[in-house]
Design a protein around this ligand. Sequence first.
Ligand SMILES: Cc1cc2nc3c(=O)[nH]c(=O)nc-3n(C[C@H](O)[C@H](O)[C@H](O)COP(=O)(O)O)c2cc1C
Length: 221
Amino acid sequence: MKNQTNLLVINGSARSSRSLSRMLTQRFLDSWHSAGLTGEITQRDVGKNPPPFISEEWIASAFTPEAERSEQDHRVLEYSDQAIAELSQADVIVIATPMYNYGLPAAVKAWFDQVIRVGKTFSFDLARGDTPLEPILSGKRLVTLSASGEFGFDPGGVRASMNHLHPHIQTMSKYLGVSQSWNVSIEYQEFGDERFEKSKHEAIEKIEPVVRELTRSFVQA
Ligand SMILES: Cc1cc2nc3c(=O)[nH]c(=O)nc-3n(C[C@H](O)[C@H](O)[C@H](O)COP(=O)(O)O)c2cc1C
């Protein structure tokens, strides 16, 4: 059993005290500690401290070969370097995020833009033909904890085609080096009725089994 398991937690909600996704993060951390998992826990709160957006300067610096980078290039890439270091040392990544306008909050997307970087988290080689991008990192587990005001976003649900949150995270997670992932979602927040209470209860109940499965996945690895 791999008991030195490093965890990286990304919180994306702009809300603090009333946030459902942050509540799920806390439940996840409680289960994590109860499971006896040790290792470093790094929290990157992009909801409270949004990453900088990608700029023309950032792109130029990222595509400048490392040996040729100026001090200014290093400054521009400082956030990205730090966020990638946190990602690289993580075995498990938790992304706790609201659904905003049927997709990712801008702050969470900004984090992905900072960490998915050429030469760092993916390589690009036209010798691979039509699929030139390859992830550099591997073997990570991803748990997405989400909250939405409406409902029916799961496959087969009434709003499945409007869910641009989970499919987008799933697609990008390849470049985080993710090999296995789990989703835990609370829906119906805007209704505040018994369906919301049921959804919240079911999501909370799902967390401990997810942590158990996660732990087992490391044993089998
Ligand atoms: C700016 C904004 C946009 C939102 N867009 C959606 C949406 O497109 N679909 C939806 O179901 N809920 C939407 N909601 C509701 C949130 O997903 C819901 O309040 C959720 O609980 C927020 O996560 P949190 O509790 O962790 O802050 C939106 C809320 C805000 C503040």
